[in-house]
Design a protein around this ligand. Structure first.
Ligand code: SF4
Length: 366
């Protein structure tokens, strides 16, 4: 099933007073948010003062739906190679520069297991195993990886390997205690998807979302600001409402990477990502929302906690990012910021200190 843009009724929203925007937010609380209302919310928040009203409403909604307890997780990149051909135009793998491409090279099996032990030692509550996409399936490879991880830890696991999993593998993963499967759509605009990801398959990603939903596993998704228009972004958020199992939704902001076909393209707007996130909170109150931490393609993205929290994000954040050549450990920094903002940390009384010296060592922190 492909998603093609439907005709749109133009919505023109001029500068809006604080009172008028308040009324719009009341409507968003009261009524079902459709595309027209979502557009009015977004356009009305063009001004800073109205954006602050939107963010405050989204934050209140988060507090009511999820509370103020933050869960820290680790992202381990890349557990499987990406076989998509050609590589996505924004991805480091499509760079002509070998050192850029190598940022997304494969995590050797020994490093992967050391990273799992390291993450557990740092007190994260879950690990997301992130790999490339193989449209012909990476089922055996994934089963082998999950078996080896399970030999060292029973930690909550998530998999983010695109549509590389057969339905029977999903059932097997569920039995292994893999709670969450990500199937990032990036955008539901099929034309924009093809432009950005000519070797990938939007229909296969949507089919995986539906399988995960049917199995009752937790579903994770990622949308990218900068693919298509802001209306495409809103439409994508509304599309995801159909999945009751949607548990995690993150917004990445397109950032041009050296040597890639999109190296000269205009970056996506972080402002738009934050406003879209806040609107997503009103549409999907109990879903864990945030900005995607994709340090390789978007440096600094792992350090935007305060802005996210203020916009209604929460309550699961990647605090530890492991790549083959570097480890970004923000556990202590995020913990400090979260506590300062009046949040608590899931499962803590936490050792905020670094792991014991005898703990597993990883490549240098970047
Ligand atoms: S599917 Fe993911 S890892 Fe593969 S080329 Fe595209 S963005 Fe990169």
């Amino acid at each position: 099933m492909s998603i093609e843009p439907a005709d749109l009724v133009p919505v023109r929203v001029g500068p809006m007073s604080a009172e008028a925007y308040s009324e719009l937010l009341h409507r968003a609380e009261r009524d079902r948010i459709d595309l027209s209302l979502a557009r009015q919310l977004l356009q009305g928040a063009a001004r800073r003062a109205q954006a602050d009203q939107l963010f405050a409403a989204a934050s209140r909604r988060r507090d009511r739906a999820l509370g103020r307890e933050i869960t820290l997780v680790a992202h381990l990149h890349m557990v499987t190679p990406c076989e998509v051909e050609p590589s996505c135009r924004y991805c480091s793998l499509s760079s002509s520069i070998p050192s850029v491409r190598s940022e997304r090279s494969l995590l050797p099996p020994g490093t992967l297991l050391r990273a799992v032990r390291f993450a557990v030692g740092r007190g994260v509550r879950a690990i997301v195993l992130i790999g490339g996409t193989n449209l012909r399936g990476s089922d055996e490879e994934i089963r082998g990886i999950v078996r080896s991880v399970r030999r060292v830890s029973a930690i909550d696991l998530a998999l983010d390997v695109g549509p590389s999993l057969a339905p029977e593998t999903l059932g097997w993963l569920k039995d292994q205690g893999v709670r969450t499967i990500y199937s990032a759509l990036e955008t539901t605009n099929a034309r924009e998807f093809r432009r950005a990801k000519p070797g990938d398959d939007l229909d296969a990603r949507i089919a995986l979302d539906a399988h995960v939903d049917r199995l009752g596993m937790a579903l994770g998704n990622v949308l990218m600001t900068g693919l298509g228009t802001s209306v495409d972004l809103l439409r994508s958020i509304l599309f995801l409402k159909r999945y009751p199992s949607l548990t995690y939704l993150y917004f990445s902001t397109f950032h041009p990477v050296r040597g890639t076909p999109w190296a000269q393209r205009r970056p996506g707007s972080l402002r738009l990502s934050l406003r879209a996130l806040a609107i997503a909170r009103l549409v999907l109150p109990a879903v864990h929302l945030g900005l995607a931490e994709v340090e390789v393609e978007d440096p600094g993205s792992a350090a935007r906690l305060a802005a996210q929290l203020a916009a209604g994000a929460g309550n699961t954040f990647a605090a530890l990012l492991v790549y083959p050549h570097r480890t970004i450990d923000n556990v202590d920094a995020i913990r400090r910021e979260a506590l300062a903002a009046g949040f608590t940390l899931a499962g803590e009384s936490p050792p905020a200190s670094p792991p014991a010296r005898s703990g597993p060592a990883l490549p240098a922190t970047g």
